[in-house]
Design a protein. Sequence first.
Lengths: 336, 336
Amino acid sequence: MLSAQNRQIRLARRPVGEVRPEDWAHVTEPAAAPAAGQFAGRTRFISLDPAMRGWLDDRPSYLPPVALGEVMRAGSIIEVTESNHPDFAVGDLVAGTFGVQEHVVCDGRGTLRIDASAASPSTYLGALGMPGMTAYFGLLEVGALQEGETVVVSGAAGAVGTMVGQIAKARGCRVVGIAGGPEKCALLTGELGFDAAIDYRAENVKKALRTHAPDGIDVYFDNVGGEILDAALACLAMRARVVVCGAISQYNSTTGVQGPANYLSLLVRRARMEGFVVFDHAPRFAEAAREIGQWIATGRIKVLEHVVRGTLDDFPQTLQMLFRGENTGKLVLELT
Amino acid sequence: MLSAQNRQIRLARRPVGEVRPEDWAHVTEPAAAPAAGQFAGRTRFISLDPAMRGWLDDRPSYLPPVALGEVMRAGSIIEVTESNHPDFAVGDLVAGTFGVQEHVVCDGRGTLRIDASAASPSTYLGALGMPGMTAYFGLLEVGALQEGETVVVSGAAGAVGTMVGQIAKARGCRVVGIAGGPEKCALLTGELGFDAAIDYRAENVKKALRTHAPDGIDVYFDNVGGEILDAALACLAMRARVVVCGAISQYNSTTGVQGPANYLSLLVRRARMEGFVVFDHAPRFAEAAREIGQWIATGRIKVLEHVVRGTLDDFPQTLQMLFRGENTGKLVLELT
């Protein structure tokens, strides 16, 4: 075991605009052994999230930026291979922020031992992980969703969007999803039970919103920013809530973020736009996971995953799929 | 009395960008006589408000646009000259939305008979009128102000801004005002008791905010939009509230509104940006006027008015003073 090698993806330089292969360093170092109170594990699944792009910029945010030369931050699922920790046994599957590397040593803090009999392991990176929590608390707490309201979500076919729409349906709301391409839209209104879907690549989003949300939008859950946010702002109902979750259309911009020109609609509509960070709701994650787990068990919520099978070196190009709209549902890299 | 003439300012065409003299029609028509249940009055004071610019555009808002050919909408104070109404006597001063005209006939609905012994009549267009109500409910209800918080207000030397800062001081907060020019800034920190003032024409607003609000802004009350809104968004405290009251820097734009590029700060700071319309709070106007009246009576709040004395024909150029930052405090046209 002393000869085990730990392959890692480290940040080599800060990207400008789209992340390039040269922004990463592929490094191999000897795998560490667990000390007393620690366990070692092998990475099985790595989560790919739009928020990763923000972590690469050197500016203040809700988490410090990934440092140059540091292993890239990522949520992942590992399998315990050696343990000196009383609560973790060899073979256990553990979720945590272990980074983009093949081997991990950990004292267990900030991790979750997962029950693979209840749901497939990767579910803990999606529907039962951060994207699920983000959808749940963003919609119900920040969005203060009420039964019977009209919900619109952008990035609707993504990890968070698919959950937002389905949770809103489970709570008795009308749901319109905005996504790119006819396949994603068909999935939303088909398998996922959305009331309507708008293909932003083919349709005038504002006109389509007026058609599908004729009485206005009560909760707009925004994952994309840019022109789609502006279209939604133009179609708010009175006392609407705009939940600012992300702005994937802007993350690779080299000319600065495009601010929402229609923000004065907040005044006319007595509406609010509010941001949040899912970690603030950590004390209630277990409660949310229970409710989401029940919806999954009863078939009310379908878990949508886009699993790429490969090696650690596939991380950079897999990440780019997010910004090209190439994934449907939660994007995961499974190390085979 | 049959020969009395009613001079009026009517909207002749919709302005593009800055309002021009040719956008108005100066009209004279015979003054009407009051029917049973009506009274007639002569206009004494006309209110000039930034919101007027929005009423001239043909787009949906919280009030319908002023129609082409219609008398310009305005709040004003009239003196009753003839009455067939049991509740109004000759000599009474009455506040209402009577429009930019010299003579008015009215059945009394939506008006307020004012007590000129308690405060000078024009106060009912400012500190005790819509600007005062806007400051009061925007700050206390929408902004959910708490004692000890840091408040920043833009357009701080205007009708609403002077009231926002003083109400926040009266409620035990630290107050920073943003205004244009050293005279206005001196007034804010001098007579009005603000803790600090930033001259946006001479200073880097973001840097100055970091100096004067080192722990971040808890409530930002925005009257101006544009770059100043962006600077404030960059300096929010956690769980800050941004109150969207207006955007005077954008009203004359011919290239579209500049959206706040820093809106993602709402996410990082778990903050919200919320719009409101003062009329929604009408049921509580009397309560607010009582509290503001007490603050005025005890000298806690100073009433700041910029009274232009002239004729009805001076309305167009007086209105432009607002957009050129030429007024300090509430701008009023007194007909002499």
